[in-house]
Design a protein around this ligand. Structure first.
Ligand code: ATP
Ligand code: BUA
Length: 362
């Protein structure tokens, strides 16, 4: 039964992705609507900068809410996936003008999620209601030792799928009758980017930043042989921007096979494409290797390994990873992501006074 006081809050949740905008409306903990609007690449690519998509994406949401007869005046808060902000510990943060300014400037880099807080704040300001982000991609709970890279000028950076990672970790802890803050576990988020995180007693104490480390993913290179990359960068074949695009959007599986959709790779492999087969094998091999490394971060004290994200729908990939890592700990598979729910629940915890919203400041 739903607690009556939960019904007082109606939250609009916004999660902008690279090629889609997902949004939902929750009454308390109850999902009212959930929609994913896929954007045509011709439309999205027409915008020079990511933040230029603000009105285009917001208009789509408003049109859909009107079609569903959800009055904007009934909303009591807006939640959005937080972007590449300054390093923050996990939790729910009130969106402020300062946060929006940082995201607009993309001081720490561009990412589709940078749009989330900007859209939420813009609409919430008009409606005179609060807006929040939860566990943004820049959650940084790394131990000092994990920050060391090998070159003082280049510290390792904590960027990850923190929102989904923490949400599934909490969910599994609950299923096991424990608290997230009492467990040691590893979460591998297998999406368009891949991040593998060891969680110690509720903190993400290390992680591979998918933009520059770890396994190859559908469209990111992950870690590269750095000497060879240096020669490539100095060769003049590519401009700086082209190299950046390769690292972030045209690397990984896409670079080898021309698609970031793993289902297409499987159909190529099943029609006899040996390269497709090898790259699929490499993906599970590299994910397993990363999980093994993160198990050492937890000194082998791993209660469970969670596989999540879109690729966790793929049985062959999941089975290949499990066969290599099951000696470490039991593996639990939670395909897809729970980001909209995590945003709604994180916001609800604040609105109901269970948790205090943290303030973002430089
Ligand atoms: N049902 C499915 N079966 C197999 N693979 C799937 C399925 N759904 C999605 N995928 C694969 O998952 C990958 C995308 O994962 P996901 O949708 O989690 O990424 P995203 O949300 O775009 O990015 P990210 O998770 O990095 O923020 C793609 O390679 C896609 O082919
Ligand atoms: C920026 C961290 C998450 C991702 O790679 O998409």
């Amino acid at each position: 039964m739903i607690d009556n006081c939960l019904l007082k809050e109606r939250i609009l949740v916004i999660n902008p992705g690279a090629t889609s905008t997902k949004f939902a409306v929750y009454d308390g903990e109850t999902l009212i609507i959930k929609r994913t609007v896929e954007h045509l690449s011709a439309e999205i690519n027409a915008f020079v900068k990511l933040l230029d998509q603000y009105e285009y994406r917001l208009r789509i949401i408003l049109k859909q809410l009107a079609a569903e007869e959800i009055e904007l005046s009934t909303l009591t808060a807006i939640a959005a996936r937080g972007g590449i902000l300054k390093p923050l510990k996990g939790g729910t943060y009130e969106i402020t003008q300062e946060m929006v300014d940082d995201l607009r400037e993309a001081k720490r880099g561009e990412h589709a999620s940078n749009l989330g807080a900007v859209m939420a704040f813009g609409l919430a300001s008009l409606l005179k209601i609060p807006s929040y982000i939860v566990d943004p991609v820049s959650v940084d709970e790394m131990e000092p030792v994990a920050r060391i890279s090998g070159l003082p000028d280049l510290p390792r950076i904590s960027l990850s799928h923190a929102l989904n990672t923490k949400a599934v970790a909490r969910k599994v802890a609950k299923q096991l009758g424990k608290k997230y803050e009492e467990m040691n576990l590893i979460v591998a988020h297998l999406g368009t980017g891949i991040s593998v995180t060891p969680h110690r007693l509720g903190r993400m104490i290390d992680v591979n930043n998918p933009k520059e480390e770890g396994p190859l993913s559908p469209d990111r290179c992950g870690g590269l042989p750095v000497g060879q990359f240096l020669k490539l960068a100095a060769s003049g074949i590519y401009t700086f921007d082209e190299l950046k695009e390769i690292l972030n959007y045209k690397g990984g599986m896409y670079a080898y096979l021309g698609t970031a959709d793993i289902r297409e790779d499987f159909s190529m492999a099943s029609s006899g494409n040996q390269q497709a087969n090898l790259i699929l094998e490499a993906l599970s091999y590299q994910v397993a290797k990363e999980i093994g490394g993160m198990a050492t971060v937890l000194s082998g004290q791993v209660e469970c390994i969670i596989l999540t994200g879109g690729i966790a729908h793929s049985e062959p990939i999941v089975n290949a990873i499990i066969s290599r890592v099951q000696f470490i700990a039991p593996v639990i598979v939670i395909p897809g992501e729970e980001e909209l729910e995590a945003l709604a629940f994180g916001t609800l915890r604040v609105l109901q006074g269970e948790e205090q919203a943290q303030m973002y400041s430089m």
